[in-house]
Design a binder for this molecule. Structure first.
Ligand code: MN
Length: 134
């Protein structure tokens, strides 16, 4: 079974692109358009992976990752920051906040999936589930 993925993103264009890329590679992501919805859906569905926008109004990605990492049943969930490349300078801060990795914005459609799948256990990739070659 491919990894279950929750995308938390408040920019509709970014959300559309990420969902398109995930579906094209065999994933069927859950979506949240703000931090509180992201926390609620994470608690309810315990996804394998959360792709988490860092900059959101009201409740940002740092708050969401802190909450998610305290939730029972989400100990193995990988939380990946999706953030503008200018903020990659905050790499230490991102990792210290509890993120398991990060993907740069603007999203590069050519590298997005391989970057994401490097952050997953091999069995959790869509291709791994079907025995496809990488
Ligand atoms: Mn945002």
């Amino acid at each position: 079974m491919p990894a279950s993925i929750l995308v938390v993103e408040d920019n509709e264009d970014n959300l559309t692109l990420v969902v398109y890329l995930l579906r094209a590679h065999g994933y069927e992501p859950l979506l949240a358009r703000n931090g509180p919805d992201g926390m609620r859906i994470a608690a309810e569905t315990r996804p394998d992976v959360i792709l988490l926008d860092l900059l959101m109004t009201d409740v940002d990605g740092y708050e969401v990752v802190r909450a998610v990492k305290k939730m029972a049943g989400l100990e193995l969930t990988r939380v990946v920051a999706v953030t503008a490349s200018a903020m990659i300078g905050d790499r230490e801060r991102i990792i210290a906040a509890g993120f398991d990795g990060y993907i740069q914005k603007p999203i590069d459609p050519r590298t997005f999936i391989t970057t994401l799948e490097r952050l997953l256990p091999p069995v959790a990739t869509a291709a791994g589930a079907t025995g496809g070659e990488r």
